[in-house]
Design a protein around this ligand. Structure first.
Ligand SMILES: [Zn+2]
Length: 104
């Protein structure tokens, strides 16, 4: 018998794009009211320290890059989620905005 659970889940009509949506947000990166980014994981409101850049070639133009933010705890979860589907392009650290007005 082959993994019926996995196959069932894959065949159950779940759109990867829908699955990929961590929350009912539309486009913009998640951010706390004070403007600091929070984790994109559904239900998580921890401060984000990572940015995961990804693209779903089935629904996004090749030059479209979506960004999820992740706290330390959920970075691996979101990373795995995107990487396992071939969506993940890059992961970068979010640095605290110590110098917004960076002189050129
Ligand atoms: Zn989180």
């Amino acid at each position: 018998m082959t993994g019926p659970d996995l196959l069932g889940a894959l065949a159950a009509g779940h759109d990867p794009a829908a699955l990929a949506a961590p929350a009912s947000r539309t486009g913009a990166e998640a951010a706390a009211p004070d403007g600091s980014p929070v984790c994109s994981r559904r239900g998580c409101t921890a401060p984000a320290v990572w940015a995961l850049h990804w693209n779903n070639p089935r629904v996004h133009a090749p030059d479209r890059v979506k960004t999820w933010t992740a706290c330390e705890e959920h970075r691996a979860h979101l990373d795995d989620f995107l990487a396992s589907r071939g969506f993940l392009q890059d992961v970068t650290g979010l640095t605290a905005p110590t110098s917004r007005e960076d002189p050129a």
